[in-house]
Design a protein. Sequence first.
Length: 245
Amino acid sequence: MLTPPTSAPRLCALVVDDDPDLCELLSAYLGANGYTVVCAPDGPRLRAALQGGCVPDVVVMDLMLPGEDGLALTRWLKSLHPDWPVLMLSAKGEEMDRVIGLEVGADDYLPKPFGPRELLARLRALQRRHGPAAPDPAEGRERLVFGPFVLDLPGRRLLCRGAEVALTTAEFELLAVLAQRPHRVLSRDRLVELLKGVDRDAFDRSMDNRVTRLRRKIEFDPARPAYIRTVRGEGYLFNPRGDEV
């Protein structure tokens, strides 16, 4: 269930649980408390949600799932995005389950049954602990996911559903600067500062063309860009959630 945000940007909670009643409850409760909620009952649909554009601010992961369990999926998620906070759920209450969950990368653990207010409080505590993206979140993030794309920073390549997208050096550098600073308007002057080594005059003359070329490679409709948006009179804003406003 996906509830689009209304005014201020809403946080995204990805709930991985095969209990439809629990997913319905959390979708309604978290949705009423400022979250867009995406539910996935198993590993394949979790991966489909991420490939389809879900960029979670927090993940609620059940331990017992069909196929891959929550431990394996948490380990996989953390290998992609160590900064995504994961709250693990389990009907089991044994200490060993909690220890193993934390060892594979879960940030908190909540035994079932639980009250939705407690879960909401824990999610908010996790987000305070992790904090918002750093002013220059280039630090420590090597693979950035948006829509069906994965931006591999060390490998200097962009993948779309596993296939490499051909980018020029200038296009890659611009995309990397934007993608590492999501939901922030970057002016021309700030882009010039971030794109070190680029001649200012040449950059000022060619930036719009560079953005246009990049949009042709990552936007489904370049005339109506979803990822790289123009903020009139101010600059450009990168929205990793695409069509979600």
